[in-house]
Ligand binder design. Structure first.
Ligand SMILES: *[C@@H]1O[C@H](CO)[C@@H](O)[C@H](O)[C@H]1NC(C)=O
Length: 685
């Protein structure tokens, strides 16, 4: 630590000071000397170390005072305690001043010292245990060699009788609530009591009071009680000094995620305050030290003589890519999706994960499970849990996340714009994340977030700023903005997805591709299947007979799809660059689009890229492509691309329940996945 503090000696007086072990008192011997003094000597007790510093040279002063040094304006004494005191004022330094003829001192200045050890401790080395006095606990750094403690936003809800997250109140509901918090220990060692007027105060800056909460465990042996000591409206807390060797245990919770204007760091300080009067003179009562409580509001504050600081970073909200194993699949039950639910259920049982069906009562007819929420998680060395991000889109599913997902060890966060208009691009089908990648020499071990926006030059729709700001501020999955406004619905999941390659730490990026579809159809035409019919068994009102020849000869459609392909390619190029992908990493899935009256695109047949990925099991929108030799040539083609990678394709009929309403399987489902094994603090953002 090596923190220095100036102490002014006064001849003829005895000063009493508290010295924190590890800090030094710097004393000007010359200024305190009587006029006719020319040399000085120093005597001190055993637990004190005194150095005479003169012209950059330092010399140990022997305890017995046997040596005299010339008085010089540039000479100072450096005093430190080597161990904590057992009693107040149990150590002493005496400076004797001598005149021309040496012999007896003509005057003396004395300091009585009380040594105390103070350290505010956290888990700065991120191993889940609070160590003692980590040298870098006050400086938070990223990466495998970094250090600094981590806080979770206590955004789950242990209390079944409230609708709010745990961090919204200043109570500890249960042991489980406490486990979400980070431990902080204030260790002190010293005499039974501090000299009168000294106090220890724990405090946070004003700017952090809405971001962090601290609880103190009172009386850990009988009937534990947790007292809220710091947080909103509580900027400081006077800590009771108990003497001897003491460990006071605190529990710290995060209240807010990193966001625009908040980098995620919070600071907690402990200071030892000294009363105003260092010197006890008999000049009347005003010179007597008084406790902090009396001084408040009276204009004579105590001064901090020692401060110890710890810094926490609030854990970011992290998204989970398709390459992570599924835990639970969420889907809505609506009046017309019974068969769809059955097919999803079959898929889920193959993939061996759970499935939660959101009831009609809860979803109020809103079937777009993907759009309302995004699953992610938060993680600290001591604990982690999933957290759902609620989108600003508020359909029938508006209350779903709070009512049915928020709970013990399942957190909740949302961002809603105050003024900006919410558009379709604010739905979370427009918020995806890539698997881990390395691009342009930079590693993204947690992948990169993908959001759809408008074309840089156009004044189109864009995801609302509050959500974008939130996503960028999490730092560890550096977002990429794509161009999705060319679509009627405008979601990135309409043209890109990712699939794991089972057994390998690899993935493929799948993209919707009109040109792949035309290529396939032309091949089929050449093979003599031009009259093969699409949309067989297609539920709904389209009864027109559509053949391969008809599709290929529709000039309007050809042109529209050329435009669509260009929009997709624009994104393809960004993705290749920003995710560091090569052509071999990308698989083009046949797709066709048609334009709406506003010139925006929507899928012509069920858009296969909009699939649900459950490890090796893919639930793909059944495309109802041309039937050739009793087989759908689109399905057959896609299987030939994906099954050699070890993936299993299941085609799910979503026509009447989703496709006709401009969504597909992915839009109608949502997957809570296992967190990444990679620890986010090891990222270098
Ligand atoms: C906490 O202490 C550090 C130095 O240790 C200081 O920079 C910071 O300003 C202090 N915080 C407050 C709120 O005083």
């Amino acid at each position: 630590m090596g923190r220095d503090r100036t102490l002014r000696l006064q001849f003829g007086n005895r000063i009493e000071v508290v010295c924190v072990v590890g800090t030094r008192l710097c004393t000007d011997v010359y200024g305190a000397a009587p006029a006719d003094a020319v040399t000085f000597a120093v005597k001190h007790s055993d637990d004190v170390e005194v150095e005479i510093i003169s012209d950059g040279q330092s010399e140990h002063a022997p305890a017995n005072g046997g040596k005299q040094w010339p008085l010089d304006p540039k000479t100072t004494l450096s005093i430190q305690m080597t161990r904590p005191s057992t009693e107040a004022n149990d150590n002493k330094v005496t400076v004797g001043y001598y005149g021309e003829n040496g012999g007896h001192p003509i005057d003396q200045a004395g300091v009585f010292l009380t040594g105390i050890e103070i350290s505010l401790d956290v888990d700065a080395d991120r191993d889940g245990v609070v160590e003692k006095n980590h040298p870098k606990k006050a400086v938070w750094t990223w990466g495998p060699d970094g250090q600094g403690a981590v806080l979770l936003v206590n955004c789950d809800k242990e209390n079944p009788y409230t609708g709010k997250e745990d961090c919204q109140d200043d109570k500890v509901f249960s042991k489980d609530d406490l486990e979400d918090m980070s431990r902080m220990i204030l260790r002190t060692k010293g005499p039974d009591r501090l000299p009168p007027g000294y106090e220890m105060v724990l405090y946070i800056p004003l700017s952090d009071c809405d971001k962090v909460g601290v609880f103190y465990l009172q009386n850990p042996f009988f009937g534990q009680r947790y007292i809220h000591v710091l947080g909103p409206r509580k900027l400081f807390h006077v800590v009771k000094y108990t003497g001897g060797s003491a460990e006071m245990e605190f529990f710290v919770e995060g209240l807010r995620f990193p966001d625009a204007g908040f980098d995620g760091l919070v600071t907690i300080n402990v200071s030892l305050l000294e009363p105003v009067a260092e010197v006890r003179l008999d000049r009347g009562p005003e010179a007597c030290p008084r406790p902090l409580s009396e001084l408040h509001g009276q204009g004579i504050p105590q001064t901090p003589i020692f401060t110890d600081t710890v810094v926490f970073r609030i854990a970011p909200w992290i998204m989970t890519p398709n390459t992570l194993a599924p835990v639970n699949v969420f889907v809505c039950s609506v009046k017309d999706n019974y068969l769809f639910l059955k097919e999803i259920k079959n898929l889920v049982s193959k993939a061996n994960c759970k499935m939660s069906v959101c009831s009609r009562y809860m979803n109020r007819g809103d079937r777009w499970m993907q759009d309302e929420i995004e699953f992610g998680y938060i993680h600290a060395p001591h604990k982690g849990f999933p957290v759902v991000l609620d989108s600003p889109r508020n359909g029938g599913l508006e209350d779903f996340a709070v009512k049915e997902i928020l709970g013990p060890d399942f957190g909740y966060v949302s961002r809603e714009p105050l003024f900006e208009e919410v558009t379709s691009l604010d739905s979370f089908g427009n918020l995806e994340v890539s698997p881990p990648v390395t691009a342009n020499g930079k590693e993204y071990p947690l992948g990169r977030i993908l959001i759809g926006s408008s074309f840089p030059l156009s004044a189109g729709r864009r995801m609302t700023k509050v959500v974008r700001d939130f996503l960028y501020a999490q730092k560890v999955q550096s977002p990429i903005e794509l161009y999705s406004d060319w679509l009627t619905v405008g979601h990135v999941d309409e043209f890109v997805t990712f699939v794991p390659i089972p057994g390998k730490k690899q993935f493929r990026m799948l993209m919707a591709s009109p040109s792949a579809c035309y290529k396939l159809f032309r091949e089929k035409q050449k093979e003599g299947h031009g009259e093969a019919v699409m949309f067989k068994g297609y539920t709904g009102t389209d009864t027109k007979r559509v053949t391969v020849n008809k599709v290929l000869s529709n000039e309007v459609m050809v042109q529209e799809n050329q435009y669509v392909q260009r929009c997709i390619d624009w994104n393809r190029d960004i993705l290749k660059k920003e995710l560091g992908l090569a052509e071999k990493d990308i698989i083009d899935l046949p797709a066709l689009f048609k334009m709406d009256k506003q010139g925006k695109a929507m899928a012509y047949f069920p858009n296969m890229v909009n699939m649900i990925v459950l490890s090796r099991d893919l639930g793909i929108p059944k495309p109802f492509g041309p039937i050739i030799e009793a087989e759908c040539c689109l399905e057959q083609h896609v299987c030939s691309l994906l099954e050699p990678l070890g993936l299993t394709c299941t085609f799910i009929d979503d026509v009447s329940s989703y496709h006709k309403q401009l969504g597909e399987v992915h839009c109608g489902t949502n997957v809570h996945r296992k967190p990444s094994a990679f620890k986010w603090w090891n990222v270098t953002p």
